[in-house]
Ligand binder design. Structure first.
Ligand code: GLV
Ligand code: MN
Ligand code: MN
Length: 418
C-alpha cells in the first residue's frame, strides 16, 4: 500500500482535485477499472493510509477511531479546546465518481494546511474527519460511521451483515491489520463524541445536482437535507417450469415486482413535489431462463415519502396471489442546517466574492446524522451537468479553490464570533 505521495503543486483547490483523482484508481479502488471503495475493504485501508499522511503533512496529529473513521487534529491556542469538525466520507458507490465524499475531506485538509502554513491557530481546534461509511455500499444500512460518532448507532445496526455474512465488528477486526495507525479498539460505539467537545460540523460536498451550473455559480449554501427511508422488499411467488405452467397458474414474483415498480413510479410522479423513489437493486431466484421466479427482493429508497402508499403494493401482491414482506432498514429524518452558522457561512461566501445561493440537498450527507451531535453547516461545490454517482462526475479546480477561500473566511468569522 502506498503511504506518501509527493505533490507537485502547493496548497490549493487544484491540489484537492488532483488528490481526489489519485484516489480514484488502484490501490484506492477495489476494482481494476473504475472506482469502488466500500467501507473497511482493502481500498479503504489504502486510502486511509495515504490521506493520513496528507493530514500529517498539513500539521495534524492523526488517529483512527473504533468505527474506522480517520481523524486529523490541528490544535487551537490551547490543547484540548473544543473542535470545529470539517469532514465528509471516503467510501463510494459502485463505479463511482471521484469527488462525492473525498472532495470534502481533502478540502478540510487543505484548509488546515493553509492555516498551518501561516501559523494561524484559533480558540478552537480543527479536526478533519474522514468517515468510513456514508453510502451504505457494503452493509444494508448507510452512515454507520457518522452515526457511530454521533452516538446514535443501535445494537440492531451493528448486527447487520455484508454479502459474505460479516458484521461491521468482524470487518473491523480484519481492517485494523491493514492500516498503519494503531486501532486501539474496534467497537464502533467507542467512536461516540461528547457534544461539549465539538462546536460545529462543516461539510463541503459536490452538489450532485444541476442548480449551481445552471446559475453559473461556483458554490452554494445548503439550508437542509431531505429525509430518507430505506427498505428491503421481498415478493414470494412459486418457482415453476417456464414451458409447462400456463399463464393463469403462475405466481410469478418477477412479473409482480415489475408491476409494483411501475406503480411506485406512477404514484411518486402523481404526488410530485420533492418526493423521489428508487429501486436500485433487484435479485430474482432461482435465476434461470427456464424457471418462473419464485422469489424476488428489491431495495427501495424513498426520500420525503408518504408511508401509506405502500398499500398499493400490497394490493398488487394480493391480486397476483403473491406474498409481500417489508423490512425497514433505515429512517433518516430530514435535517435543517444550523441557521446562525449558515448565516455566518453566507457572510463568508460574500466576503470571498460569491453569491449566497441557498439550496436544499436531495442527496443524503453525514451532516444529517451529525446534527444529532452538534450544529451543522454545509456548502456545495458546482457539479458538471449535475451528474453524480457516476464515473462522469466532475468538479472544476477554480470552483474547489472558491470553496477553500470560503472555508478560510468562515473559520476567520467563527473565531471573531467566539
Ligand atoms: C448518498 O449519496 C445518498 O444520498 O444516498
Ligand atoms: Mn456523499
Ligand atoms: Mn453518494
Amino acid at each position: 500500500m502506498v503511504t506518501t505521495l509527493s505533490t507537485d503543486i502547493g496548497i490549493s483547490g487544484a491540489r484537492v482535485v488532483q488528490r481526489c483523482d489519485r484516489l480514484g484508481v488502484q490501490p484506492y479502488s477495489d476494482l481494476e477499472r473504475g472506482l469502488f471503495r466500500a467501507y473497511l475493504m482493502p481500498a479503504h485501508a489504502a486510502t486511509i493510509n495515504t490521506v493520513a499522511s496528507w493530514m500529517s503533512e498539513a500539521g495534524m496529529s492523526t488517529r483512527i477511531d473504533g468505527a474506522g473513521n480517520l481523524i486529523g487534529r490541528y490544535e487551537g491556542h490551547k490543547p484540548n479546546a473544543p473542535a470545529l469538525l470539517i469532514g465528509s466520507h471516503l467510501d463510494s458507490v459502485y463505479d463511482a465518481g471521484f469527488y462525492d465524499g473525498p472532495l470534502g475531506v481533502l478540502l478540510g485538509i487543505e484548509c488546515v494546511a493553509a492555516l498551518s502554513a501561516e501559523g494561524r491557530r484559533f480558540s478552537f481546534a480543527i479536526e478533519v474527519v474522514a468517515f468510513g461509511d456514508e453510502e451504505g455500499s457494503r452493509f444494508p444500512i448507510s452512515m454507520i460511521c457518522s452515526r457511530a460518532m454521533a452516538g446514535t448507532l443501535t445494537d440492531d445496526d451493528l448486527a447487520v451483515t455484508d454479502g459474505g455474512g460479516k458484521t461491521p465488528e468482524q470487518a473491523l477486526d480484519l481492517f485494523r491489520e491493514w492500516v498503519f495507525r494503531p486501532m486501539h479498539n474496534i467497537d464502533p460505539r467507542s467512536a461516540a463524541r461528547r457534544s461539549e467537545d465539538i462546536i460545529a460540523y462543516l461539510e463541503p460536498h459536490i452538489e450532485q445536482g444541476p442548480v449551481l451550473q445552471a446559475e453559473d455559480l461556483a458554490v452554494g449554501l445548503v439550508t437542509g437535507i431531505a429525509g430518507q427511508l430505506r427498505f428491503d422488499v421481498e415478493v414470494m411467488g412459486t418457482a415453476a417450469h417456464a414451458g409447462t405452467t400456463t399463464m393463469d397458474l403462475r405466481r410469478d414474483a418477477m412479473a409482480g415486482t415489475a408491476e409494483m415498480l411501475v406503480s411506485i413510479e406512477t404514484i411518486v410522479r402523481e404526488i410530485g413535489e420533492d418526493l423521489v423513489a428508487t429501486a436500485g437493486r433487484i435479485n430474482a431466484w432461482p435465476g434461470s431462463t427456464n424457471v418462473i421466479p419464485g422469489r424476488v427482493t428489491f431495495s427501495l429508497d424513498i426520500r420525503s415519502g408518504s408511508m401509506e402508499r405502500r398499500n398499493t403494493l400490497r394490493a398488487i401482491a394480493k391480486t397476483r396471489g403473491l406474498d409481500l414482506s417489508w423490512t425497514q432498514l433505515q429512517d433518516l429524518a430530514s435535517s435543517p442546517c444550523d441557521k446562525d452558522l449558515s448565516a455566518l457561512m453566507g457572510t463568508a461566501m460574500e466576503r470571498a466574492g460569491h453569491k449566497k445561493r441557498a439550496l436544499v440537498s436531495g442527496a443524503g450527507h453525514d451532516a444529517m446524522v451529525m446534527s444529532d451531535l452538534c450544529p451543522t453547516v454545509m456548502i456545495f461545490i458546482r457539479c458538471k451537468d449535475g451528474i453524480s454517482h457516476n464515473p462522469a462526475e466532475r468538479v472544476r479546480m477554480d470552483d474547489t479553490q472558491a470553496a477553500l477561500d470560503v472555508m478560510l473566511e468562515f473559520v476567520t468569522l467563527l473565531e471573531a464570533r467566539a
